[in-house]
Design a protein around this ligand. Structure first.
Ligand code: SF4
Ligand code: SF4
Length: 395
């Protein structure tokens, strides 16, 4: 296992972190406990859960009790997350419950759970709000470090980062969604820890890849490809994985020793060139780089988010993932923003801002047709697949 300095917290975290969201509900408690124990035995030293994850904290607490009978408390770093509230007493009750369930007398890292913008979290950021309470806990040594997790838009997340109040960030950023690139770079400037949420699942359901994607990233599994892409960036420190049992720990830990050098790096570089060749071949002149420069859209369309789904659907047949995400657009949930592509008014505001000179209204319409109705298929894999494969084999 490789370990990385988690920004200004100075914690040396394993580059793979155990996410414990799945240890909820009816899943067997003993399996959850054994999974945590096995991950720690494999070198994982960062365990992440949340007050909002049902009985996850309780199960993690039971696992920690067993583990700390064998190793010192200081050998592990524990994160939990609590939603910021305008009522500091609610936050305080939640924190005390978390600590009781985890069985800890100090917490390594406390995150605000899920704010998407400064405006959304503002009541909690006051000295007499949740932030003031967290600072008091830090002064008492009960909480070591304070960060936040987010599913928000890059602009809103950037505002939160720029407050300078957070030592770390836990966010969505993957090869197949690079829209938070500038946020991650800004976090590096501020020496923040950067923790990637759910790279295997939210990063494109890479645990269940399509044949097209598997072929493009061969001989690497798509999960390994995405892990290496992230770990090649110094500003990224640790990636979460969420096994349901000890066997799945072994399946997820393949990249634990990857250090971005040698034959493993050369192999990655070859695969990356091939994946990007696929994009160029399938989407000539219509590939969205998710640079965000076209935003804001007055019709509240998340242009990069929707065109990124089109990229994945068209190039790698990642239709289940893309259509699943698209079906949630406009539902008001925190994960998928704005409205659907058919709401574009063709006002043209975005066009001069796109460095790729994309015909954004047309591509949004195509994305809508494909992701909503399936009327436009994958132009090359479906109709000229052999041609593309031959072309790639000659590169
Ligand atoms: S043309 Fe469409 S996508 Fe572009 S800014 Fe106007 S409404 Fe938004
Ligand atoms: S500016 Fe163009 S390339 Fe960049 S995110 Fe918008 S549509 Fe995509």
């Amino acid at each position: 296992m490789q370990y990385r300095r988690f920004g200004k917290t100075e914690m040396m975290l394993s580059q793979l972190s155990l996410g414990c969201m799945q240890f909820t509900g009816e899943s067997p408690e003993e399996t959850a406990i054994e999974t945590v124990e096995h991950a720690v035995a494999c070198g994982v030293n960062h365990i992440e859960t949340a007050r909002g994850y049902g009985n996850s904290e309780e199960r993690v607490g039971k696992a920690l009790k067993r583990i700390f009978a064998r190793i010192p408390r200081e050998d592990l770093y524990i994160t939990t997350k609590i939603g910021p509230s305008s009522q500091v007493d609610d936050f305080k009750r939640n924190f005390e419950l978390s600590m009781s369930l985890l069985g800890l007398d100090y917490l390594d890292n406390l995150d605000f759970h899920g704010p998407g913008s400064l405006e959304q979290v503002m009541p909690a950021m006051r000295d007499d709000g949740c932030l003031g309470y967290v600072r008091k806990l830090q002064a008492e040594g009960v909480v070591r470090h304070f960060g936040f997790s987010t599913h928000g838009y890059p602009s809103g997340v950037m505002d939160l980062v720029n407050t300078g109040e957070f030592a770390s960030i836990n966010l969505h950023y993957y090869y197949f969604y690079q829209g938070q690139r500038e946020v991650v770079q800004r976090a590096r400037e501020l020496d923040m820890g950067v923790f990637i949420i759910s790279p295997n699942n939210q990063g494109g359901r890479l645990h269940s890849p399509t044949d097209e994607l598997r072929e493009a990233t061969a001989p690497l599994h798509p999960m390994a490809f995405n892990h290496r892409w992230l770990l090649n960036q110094d500003e990224v420190h640790t990636l979460s994985f969420g096994p349901k049992n000890p066997e799945q720990v072994d399946g997820n830990i393949a990249e634990a020793d990857y250090d971005g050098t040698g034959p493993a790096r050369e192999e990655f570089d070859r695969v990356l060139a091939r994946v990007e060749a696929c994009y160029r071949a399938v989407l000539p002149g219509t590939f969205c780089t998710t640079c965000n420069k076209c935003l804001p859209c007055p019709a509240n369309i998340d242009i990069p988010g929707l065109l990124n789904l089109r990229n994945m659907d068209s190039a790698f047949a990642m239709s289940d993932y893309a259509r699943g995400r698209y079906s949630k657009v406009g539902s008001g949930g925190a994960w998928v923003k704005g409205v659907k592509g058919d709401q574009c008014t063709k006002c043209g505001d975005c066009l001069p801002r796109c460095p790729e000179n994309l015909d954004i209204p047309e591509l949004l319409w195509q994305a809508h047709q494909s992701l909503e109705t399936g009327e436009i298929g994958r132009p090359i894999w479906d109709h000229e697949g052999d041609l593309l494969k031959n072309d790639l084999e000659n590169r």
